[in-house]
Design a protein around this ligand. Structure first.
Ligand code: GLU
Length: 444
């Protein structure tokens, strides 16, 4: 038994598709089933190898591996067989109308208040007429003849569904140039791979009605269907409007950690804040598809960044060393990581603190008199854990300042920033010479 993720390689993977992939993967692993990566590339005008590569890279990055993989372009013979079977059983029919003719028909139907459903005129073409068209060199395309009675099924999330086939046009399954459409290829492959459950977005509900019929027409039992809600923006708008910025590659480049995106997409719609992060196998163990809801799953990039910063705060020194290696940064101490990890939203911001602590910065000094006073009171010798407290006590006594007025000018002079790690920790990390030069207003 198999679960599958079937992306069309016509663009970059985005958060909506990745969420579907994650749900299927978790379901497969929870139930000891295989996970199939199926590349739906029958549309050879839009499918690109570079997109296949980037989809695979994105899946691996987030931690989804696959047990099986194939591309639909390798399976044309199987589609030919299914096509011939449907043809010999009169379950499909040839059509010759051009796009313009169909558009005209639809316009006429709309004008007379009728739904723009294909009128099946090609179904009643005489064989003479068909032969005439063929001899004129017109290539037919093929439609599946939907049953007259409604198609009903139980969706595991949406419940009982009734699909009134009369309100839908018979779907085209083969184009005039011989290319098969997803409606048929997907079903042929799902039968071939013994797909047990199909979990996909609710935008596929109509396809499912048609495909459930097609499973039966091809002599097979339809798998169980789950249609999950679609992801939207925070305002509820469809994500399709901003799909570029929500590609997995742009999210990766923005510095979000894979564990964060994985957990976020697993729980999105369920929770608003997240402070616990589970490894992928633990997510699989506890996965319950019934918890998928019908209500929209809003994708909130700002929240994702917050969650990322929460994740970094929880990471230990091993994580820091691993990430530093990936970014080719020099290995810094556990104390450095401990001091700065609460002050970064994405790991790359480590570089800001490397510059501040070990590099050269321009100190920010407004009140030179105050900073000179502080300089004169700086503790002798090497700094220790108590140096900051002792030093600021002395400054407090001499200057009469307290709170922000006391601390902020020192922070600005020593780090150039008005935020950051505890000063007590920074005093232990930044060389004393450097601190003295900065208090003297020198770039150092
Ligand atoms: N290639 C289809 C898509 O990306 C697959 C849908 C399905 O899961 O059946 O929408």
């Amino acid at each position: 038994m198999v679960l599958r993720f079937a992306p069309s390689p016509t663009g970059l993977l985005h958060v909506g598709n990745l969420r579907t992939a994650i749900i299927n993967w978790l379901f497969a692993k929870k139930n000891n089933q295989d996970f199939l990566l199926r590349i739906d590339d029958t549309d050879n005008t839009r499918s690109k190898k570079e997109y296949v590569d980037s989809i695979e890279k994105d899946l691996k990055w987030i931690g989804l591996d696959w047990d099986l993989k194939y591309a639909q372009s390798e399976r044309l013979d199987a589609y030919d067989d299914a096509f011939n079977y449907l043809k010999s059983n009169n379950l499909i029919y040839r059509c010759f109308e051009t796009d313009e003719e169909l558009a005209l028909k639809r316009a006429r139907q709309r004008n007379s208040g009728l739904p723009p459903v294909y009128d099946r005129s090609s179904l009643s073409l005489s064989s003479d007429k068909i032969n005439q068209y063929l001899s004129e060199g017109r290539s037919p395309y093929w439609r599946l003849k939907l049953p007259d009675s409604p198609i009903t099924w139980k969706d595991e999330i949406y419940g009982e569904i009734r699909f009134d086939s009369k309100s839908y046009s018979d779907p085209v399954i083969v184009r005039a140039d011989g290319r098969y459409l997803y409606t048929i290829t997907s079903v042929v492959d799902d039968i071939f791979s013994k797909v047990s459950n199909i979990i996909r977005g609710s935008d596929h509900l109509t396809n499912s009605g048609i495909q459930i019929y097609l499973f039966q027409a091809l002599g097979s039992k339809a798998p169980t269907f789950f249609h999950h809600s679609l992801m939207t923006g925070v305002d509820g708008d469809p994500l399709s409007k901003r799909i570029g910025s929500l590609s997995i590659s742009s999210i990766r480049e923005s510095g979000i950690e894979p564990e964060v995106l994985l957990n976020y997409l697993t729980f999105v719609g369920d929770i608003t804040t997240q402070s616990e992060f589970y490894p992928i196998n633990a997510l699989a163990k506890n996965f319950d598809p019934k918890k998928l809801s019908k209500s929209n799953a809003p994708f909130d990039e700002r929240l994702l960044k917050e969650v990322n910063s929460g994740f970094l705060q929880q990471q230990n020194y091993d994580f820091f060393i691993k990430k530093s290696g990936e970014l080719k940064l020099k290995e810094l101490s556990n104390e450095f990581w401990g001091a700065i990890r609460n002050n970064i939203k994405v790991f790359d911001e480590v570089k800001i603190w490397i510059d501040i602590i070990y590099g050269n910065i321009q100190p920010v000094i407004d009140d030179h008199e105050y900073i000179n006073l502080a300089l004169n009171l700086i503790p002798e010798g090497d700094f220790n854990e108590l140096s900051w407290q002792n030093w600021t006590e002395l400054i407090k006594e001499k200057s009469g300042r307290k709170g922000k007025k006391l601390f902020m000018p020192l922070r600005l002079a020593i780090t150039g920033k008005d935020f950051g790690p505890e000063m007590a920790k920074l005093l232990l990390l930044i060389e004393k010479e450097k601190i003295l030069s900065r208090l003297n207003g020198q770039i150092s």
